[in-house]
Structures are given as structure tokens and as C-alpha cells.
Design a protein around this ligand. Structure first.
Ligand SMILES: Cc1cc2nc3c(=O)[nH]c(=O)nc-3n(C[C@H](O)[C@H](O)[C@H](O)COP(=O)(O)OP(=O)(O)OC[C@H]3O[C@@H](n4cnc5c(N)ncnc54)[C@H](O)[C@@H]3O)c2cc1C
Length: 312
């Protein structure tokens, strides 16, 4: 029906999960095609300090460049395209892009990541604040780098409270502020007080990033609050639409269930990285990528009636 180009495995996503999967599959001598729309979250990391093997840190763009070169060195192809549709075919899957191009494959690995729910700032200002290190979204990633600093957490609900408590191990100057209104239970408010975390009221009126600080204006206060860094705790939107199109049920938070690294319930379809429920980290995404690739490879071997399994 189409002149769709073919690959044994298509990987959707060129972040740490997708590029690790591509590397493994290429080294299993599979024909692998990576399709991506240029939105890896890793590309936004000014410098990560918890990617194992890089004690001096590595910029996200450099990490992705190195990983892309590594995968293509072994034969993986990488093309830019936004995939909007996936359907089952007799031989596997057909994926179609916004431009109407189609590709077919026997297996698919979805490594499509998440979109963060962000604070409302113009794009350039927002990205500039991330680079300046006054706006961060991931305490697990870089809480350590903000030890002893004045830290503000935006999102006065259970998630914000959990994030503030997590950051408390790094600083005794933590303030929790609402996006619109505080939603802490009495128990959570008491926990904040006990931990020495200040809780402010008043909806967020404005964020004013500077080179070395973030000023926060809350409704009902004349003076701005000043912080060295702000962590919005506003959740995320997993990019799981393609899994949904195949009938895979998502978890409440919109993630693909963790089992999909091995078995999504749709034969030949696997998932890896942030789109899967778990810890959203580079090292986890890489581990998922390796596992999903090996599971896809073994599944293809099984289809081809090979019996030896690659297990380690
Ligand atoms: C500012 C910032 C700092 C961070 N710091 C750290 C850190 O220090 N340490 C750490 O471990 N983690 C950090 N992270 C998190 C880290 O970036 C992610 O955990 C990691 O990138 C997840 O990898 P992934 O491959 O699952 O997803 P991503 O890297 O987000 O890649 C997703 C890929 O899927 C593609 N894609 C999605 N949907 C489609 C579609 N429909 N069609 C085509 N392509 C699609 C995207 O283009 C992209 O290539 C940080 C994140 C941010 C934003």
C-alpha cells in the first residue's frame, strides 16, 4: 500500500534511552532506524554531574552527540521526523510522520520521553534561566550542586512538599510556594514546619530571573522573595500517545507501565526511558534502552525460530 522504507527495528527517540537501544541493536547486527523530532530533554542539560564516567560533568548536547556518533559508527541510522501514527501490520508496525512519510518495521522501541510542565516564562528567558542555573526541575539531578543555597520550590501540594523535603538534605534554607494556592494537608504542613521548611501563601505573580538569582513575586506581597535557585514541582506529560494508539493502558500519571521494557502486551513493541514509569534519569534511560533492545532482539530471534538467547 505504501512505499514505506523498512528496518528490522524502529526506535522512536534519540535521547539516552533510544540511542542506547540503537547502539545495542546495531551491535546485535540488526538493521535499526532511529526516528526523532529533536526534543530530547538531555539536550537542555547545561552540564550533568551524575552521568557515570564523567566526574567533571558533561553537557547534554555533547552526551547526545557522542551517543549518536557511537550508534551510527556501528550502523544505526538516525533521521529526524515527528511520528504521529503507529499501526499494526501483518509483518509488524507502520509508523507515519507529520509530513506523511511512512516506515515499516518488525519491532518498535518507544523511547519518547516526557514533556515537563514548566513555569510560564518566554522560551528564551526560560532556557536562559536554566543555563544560568537559577531554574532547575530535577532535585535528583542537581540538588547536590545547590548545597547550602537559598532554594525555592514552586507547587504547594504533595509533590512540592516531597520535593522540598528531598532538597532539605542539601540546604537549611528551603521555601515552598504555591503556583496558585496552597494544597497542603494539615499533616503535610506540620511535616514542613518540623523540617524547618518555610511555606508561603499567595499565588505566583511573576518570576524574574537574573544571572545569579531568581526573584519571585507572590500576590499580596510588595517585596520579591529572592532565591539562588527555583525548583518548580509541577509534574510532567509523558509522550506516550503512540503506546495509546496500540491500545496499551497507561498508568494514572500517563506513563507506560515499567513491564513494557520487557513486555508491553503488544508483541514486538517495547518501551524505554522517561516515558516508562520509574526514575527519570540518564542512567536509567540507558539501562532501559539496553534491556529493551535485548528483549526486541531476542523476540525477533524467537520469531525466526532461533533458540539461543542473548542474556548478558
Ligand atoms: C534541565 C534538565 C537537566 C537535567 N539534568 C539531568 C542530570 O543531571 N542527570 C540525569 O540523569 N538526568 C537529567 N535530566 C533528565 C534527563 O534529561 C532525562 O532523564 C533523559 O533525557 C531521558 O532520556 P529519554 O531517552 O528517555 O528521553 P529524552 O532524552 O527526552 O528523549 C526523547 C526522544 O524522543 C523523541 N520523541 C518523542 N516523541 C516523539 C515523536 N512522536 N516522534 C519523534 N520523536 C519523538 C524526542 O525527539 C527525543 O529524541 C535533566 C533534564 C533537564 C530538562
Amino acid at each position: 500500500m505504501t512505499n514505506a522504507s523498512q528496518a528490522a527495528v524502529i526506535v522512536v527517540g534519540a535521547g539516552p534511552a533510544g540511542l542506547t537501544a540503537a547502539l545495542y541493536l546495531a551491535r546485535y547486527r540488526r538493521e535499526v532506524l532511529v526516528l526523532h523530532d529533536g526534543n530530547s530533554r538531555a539536550l537542555r542539560i547545561p552540564k550533568t554531574h551524575n552521568a557515570p564516567g564523567f566526574p567533571d560533568g558533561i553537557e547534554g548536547t555533547e552526551l547526545i552527540d557522542r551517543m549518536s556518533a557511537h550508534a551510527t559508527e556501528f550502523g544505526a541510522r538516525i533521521e529526524q521526523a515527528e511520528i504521529t501514527d503507529i499501526e499494526r501490520t501483518a509483518k509488524g508496525f507502520r509508523l507515519t510522520s507529520t509530513a506523511g512519510t511512512s516506515w515499516e518495521s518488525r519491532a518498535v522501541i518507544l523511547a519518547s520521553g516526557i514533556f515537563l510542565n514548566q513555569v510560564d516564562l518566554p522560551h528564551d528567558v526560560h532556557e536562559g534561566a536554566i543555563k544560568a542555573d537559577v531554574l532547575r526541575y530535577c532535585p535528583v539531578c542537581d540538588g547536590y550542586e545547590h548545597s547550602g543555597r537559598r532554594i525555592g520550590v514552586i507547587g504547594c501540594d504533595a509533590d512540592g512538599a516531597a520535593e522540598a523535603l528531598f532538597l532539605r538534605q542539601y540546604s537549611d534554607d528551603i521555601t515552598l510556594m504555591p503556583l496558585s494556592h496552597p494544597e497542603l494537608s494539615g499533616e503535610q504542613a506540620a511535616e514542613m514546619a518540623e523540617a524547618g521548611i518555610a511555606v508561603k501563601t499567595g499565588a505566583l505573580a511573576a518570576l524574574e530571573p537574573h544571572e545569579d538569582r531568581m526573584d519571585v513575586r507572590l500576590e499580596g506581597r510588595d517585596a520579591a522573595l529572592t532565591f539562588d535557585v527555583i525548583y518548580p514541582a509541577l509534574g510532567c506529560r509523558p509522550r506516550a500517545e503512540l503506546a495509546t494508539q496500540l491500545g496499551i493502558s497507561l498508568l494514572d500519571e500517563g506513563c507506560v507501565p515499567a513491564e513494557a521494557v520487557k513486555d508491553s502486551g503488544v508483541r514486538g513493541f517495547f518501551a524505554a526511558g522517561d516515558v516508562v514509569a520509574g526514575l527519570d534519569q540518564i542512567s536509567v534511560a540507558m539501562g532501559h534502552g539496553a534491556m529493551a533492545a535485548t528483549n526486541a532482539h531476542n523476540w525477533l530471534r524467537e520469531q525466526d525460530r532461533h533458540t539461543l538467547q542473548a542474556t548478558d
